[in-house]
Design a protein around this ligand. Structure first.
Ligand SMILES: *[C@@H]1O[C@H](CO)[C@@H](O)[C@H](O)[C@H]1NC(C)=O
Ligand SMILES: *[C@@H]1O[C@H](CO)[C@@H](O)[C@H](O)[C@H]1NC(C)=O
Ligand SMILES: *[C@@H]1O[C@H](CO)[C@@H](O)[C@H](O)[C@H]1NC(C)=O
Ligand SMILES: *[C@@H]1O[C@H](CO)[C@@H](O)[C@H](O)[C@H]1NC(C)=O
Ligand SMILES: *[C@@H]1O[C@H](CO)[C@@H](O)[C@H](O)[C@H]1NC(C)=O
Ligand SMILES: *[C@@H]1O[C@H](CO)[C@@H](O)[C@H](O)[C@H]1NC(C)=O
Ligand SMILES: *[C@@H]1O[C@H](CO)[C@@H](O)[C@H](O)[C@H]1NC(C)=O
Ligand SMILES: *[C@@H]1O[C@H](CO)[C@@H](O)[C@H](O)[C@H]1NC(C)=O
Ligand SMILES: *[C@@H]1O[C@H](CO)[C@@H](O)[C@H](O)[C@H]1NC(C)=O
Ligand SMILES: *[C@@H]1O[C@H](CO)[C@@H](O)[C@H](O)[C@H]1NC(C)=O
Length: 378
């Protein structure tokens, strides 16, 4: 009886707690769900927490993603970092539905993440075992220095667009020494992800490109948005013409690496690398923040109260890993029109990583990813 009363009391407290953060509008549900008639949020698949602000991350299977920090090579300048990589986009092959591509940054000559300038290259990796990988190297796309690739299908152009920073550059001989220079955002296109056109420079002294085409079945436009550092948004009539800076949110709050998308209701979102722990001289654990807006022109709400994700990753085998760095967030969405997040991709680096090695982690989100993989026969 006492136990029952205790449970009742706990339930009441829980309800009271819930009521104290009741929603009045979908904005109170981070636009990742709807505010139901009883004033609580009903979150879309892939999001959780009372305000739907947290990604519903699931345990990761070890040796999935793109992790070749144990690779060796005759042209390597140092041991231990292998083929270090740093996040990227998962793309399902348009013809061959059980082939998945990962276009990612990879440091050449065995250099770790700290040698990214100028050793970073852009490569294409392939997986025949599903969207989570493991991926294996398939093709070098752009040599040093090319970095920060974001790959997007443009329905209006019938082409893949690849935005990145960098330009061809000589690398120092024999050392992974890094250097400082300007960032330039360029774009290149491809019908098949394998052959790419000569890059066209778009923006100087700007980094972290994140395109999103405005095309929809109702409005087959070639207009495109390009989000960049500080969560600024440029607009272009089509991907090759000049880009105009339209949105400059005042509160970008120590964030970088924006990932921009429009959801099924037409609302807009950013996942960003949140660098709030820099004040404490740390790279984490608070690394994943979410911003949202009903219109891409704003106003934008930057959620700096709760996190979308942090540096702790649970694995399906034993325990968990707390990463030193977890950056470059990108989501892979369902293709059923629901824009359900199925996987989160990040560049990660472990504490005291050998040789400063880094890799690309792919973490399942929510529960729809299982049916997606089963539907493809994995
Ligand atoms: C509120 O309504 C939603 C949707 O109708 C329902 O799923 C949820 O269980 C309700 N919550 C409470 C606390 O009654
Ligand atoms: C990545 O590779 C490194 C080196 O081989 C290994 O220590 C680490 O456990 C791997 N991580 C995952 C998540 O597979
Ligand atoms: C190196 O990494 C691969 C996965 O990329 C793994 O299958 C293999 O066992 C690793 N080799 C060693 C020696 O750790
Ligand atoms: C490492 O990357 C190089 C391309 O720079 C590739 O030739 C090699 O096969 C890769 N090795 C592994 C184990 O991924
Ligand atoms: C790089 O250095 C090695 C030995 O230090 C030398 O044999 C080689 O010719 C150099 N390569 C270039 C491109 O300078
Ligand atoms: C940066 O780029 C500008 C041109 O946009 C150039 O004038 C300047 O020299 C560059 N600085 C460095 C350090 O490369
Ligand atoms: C880029 O920044 C450099 C300073 O690093 C400046 O000299 C140059 O004018 C800038 N270029 C453009 C196109 O804004
Ligand atoms: C969160 O953002 C608000 C609005 O810009 C700001 O006033 C507040 O100081 C921020 N809080 C933290 C913890 O950064
Ligand atoms: C990271 O997020 C998980 C899941 O929400 C949570 O259980 C954990 O306490 C968080 N860790 C830190 C250090 O905030
Ligand atoms: C990393 O190395 C430092 C110094 O060697 C040590 O104090 C620290 O505990 C290590 N951190 C982890 C997570 O292993």
């Amino acid at each position: 009886m006492i136990v029952t009363l205790k449970i009742l009391l706990l339930n009441l407290l829980f309800c009271f707690g819930r009521l104290s953060i009741a929603c009045a509008a979908d904005d109170d549900c981070s636009l990742n769900g709807v505010c139901s008639a009883n004033s609580t949020c009903t979150c879309d698949t892939g999001w959780r927490a009372a305000d739907c602000s947290e990604l519903d991350l699931q345990p990761v299977e070890r040796w999935t993603g793109y992790n070749h920090t144990n690779a060796t090579g005759v042209d390597f300048y140092k041991e231990g970092a292998g083929n270090s990589s740093w996040g990227g986009h998962i793309i399902q092959d348009p013809q061959d539905k059980t082939l998945f591509h990962l276009i990612t940054s990879q440091m050449s000559h065995g250099c770790g993440l700290s040698g990214w300038k100028p050793f970073s290259t852009i490569i294409r990796a392939e997986s025949r075992s599903g969207p989570r990988g493991p991926y294996t190297w398939a093709q070098d796309l752009f040599g040093p220095f090319h970095h920060n690739p974001t790959t997007m299908w443009s329905p209006a152009d019938g082409l893949y667009l690849l935005y990145f920073i960098g330009q061809d550059m000589e690398t120092p001989n024999g050392t992974c020494k890094s250097s400082k220079f300007n960032n330039t955002i360029s774009v290149t296109s491809s019908p098949d992800l394998r052959s790419w056109t000569k890059p066209q420079a778009l923006l100087y002294n700007v980094t972290n490109p994140a395109p999103f085409p405005l095309w929809s079945p109702e409005s087959e436009t070639s207009e495109i948005l390009l989000a960049v550092e500080k969560n600024n948004i440029y607009y272009a009539d089509q991907y090759t013409v000049p880009y105009d800076l339209i949105v400059e949110p005042h509160n970008s709050d120590r964030s970088e690496d924006p990932f921009l998308w429009r959801d099924k209701r037409g609302n807009w979102h950013f996942l960003v690398h949140y660098m709030v722990d820099i004040d404490l001289g740390l790279k984490g654990p608070r690394v994943g923040a979410h911003c949202f807006a009903r219109d891409w022109r704003g106003p934008w709400t930057f959620n700096n109260r709760t996190l979308a994700y942090n540096t702790t990753v649970k694995f399906t085998d034993v325990g968990q890993t707390v990463y030193y760095r977890r950056e470059r967030p990108k989501l892979f969405f369902s293709d059923d029109g629901e824009m359900t997040p199925l996987y989160l991709v990040n560049g990660v680096q472990e504490f005291n990583a050998t040789g400063g090695g880094s890799y690309t982690l792919i973490q399942p989100v929510g529960d729809k990813w299982k049916a997606y993989e089963e539907g493809l026969g994995f």
